[in-house]
Design a protein around this ligand. Structure first.
Ligand SMILES: NC(=O)c1ccc[n+]([C@@H]2O[C@H](COP(=O)([O-])OP(=O)(O)OC[C@H]3O[C@@H](n4cnc5c(N)ncnc54)[C@H](OP(=O)(O)O)[C@@H]3O)[C@@H](O)[C@H]2O)c1
Length: 194
């Protein structure tokens, strides 16, 4: 799977570096282009815009400051959704309000993509080592191929953040969601709650 990372702040840079370390083909984009350099030196491709990033990969991880940053990166004139979003998987790891993720999920769905929110616990060190905690929520029916989904777990599955609250309400398969998002981000399965 070709993975893109949009947002190379402290967390995005660490996650992208981790993904490269564990052998993924990674393409990156960041508003401030200088921050792509260390990752390019580590083997990442660099996309010219979020739209180009979406065109070039199968799954895109975003980890951005806030709602405004998410709007700019997803919905700007050369944003992710201006690219080829059809059939692509978008995983937003930003820590934002649940309402922001719900609205974004709908926009991604309308563009033909699949959206998984996965706010993370942990900071740069754990991100670099694949030891973040991820709490994922998303549509189970459209998850990419993988191991068979387990039976629906208890409704209260998450522990923290917007993802956790929404998991209890909306996702029938939060464990599978968490595992998938964790795999996509190169996280360790045993560190994913649920
Ligand atoms: N740092 C942590 O320990 C930690 C832990 C868990 C969760 N989080 C969450 O992870 C997210 C990112 O945190 P971070 O520490 O990596 O932040 P950061 O270092 O400040 O990086 C923020 C990223 O968002 C981008 N950005 C901001 N506004 C933008 C805009 N209008 N258009 C395009 N890009 C924009 C920045 O681009 P530029 O480089 O161009 O400014 C940068 O790539 C936040 O939601 C935070 O709450 C952080």
């Amino acid at each position: 799977m070709r993975i893109g990372v949009a947002g190379l702040g402290r967390m995005g840079s660490a996650i992208a570096a981790r993904l490269i370390d564990v052998g993924h083909r990674v393409t990156v984009w960041n508003r401030t282009a200088d921050k792509t350099r260390p990752l390019a030196e580590a083997g990442a491709k660099v996309a010219a815009s979020p739209a180009e990033l979406a065109n070039q990969v199968d799954a895109i991880v975003t980890i951005l400051t806030n709602r405004e940053a998410i709007a700019a990166v997803y919905e700007g004139p050369s944003g992710l959704l201006a690219g080829d979003a059809n059939g692509k998987l978008f995983i937003d790891m930003s820590t934002v309000q649940p309402e922001t993720e719900v609205a974004l999920a709908e926009k991604v769905r309308a563009a033909g993509g699949t959206f998984v929110e996965c706010p993370v616990g942990g900071t740069v060190g754990p991100a670099r080592e694949g030891k973040l905690l991820g709490v994922a929520g998303g549509p189970p029916a459209r998850f990419p191929p993988g191991p068979p989904l387990p039976p629906p777990p208890p409704r209260r599955a998450g522990r923290r953040g917007g993802g956790a609250r929404r998991l209890g309400r909306r996702s029938a398969y939060p464990r599978a969601a968490a595992r998938f998002a964790a795999r996509a981000a190169g996280l360790s399965r045993r560190q994913v709650p649920g």
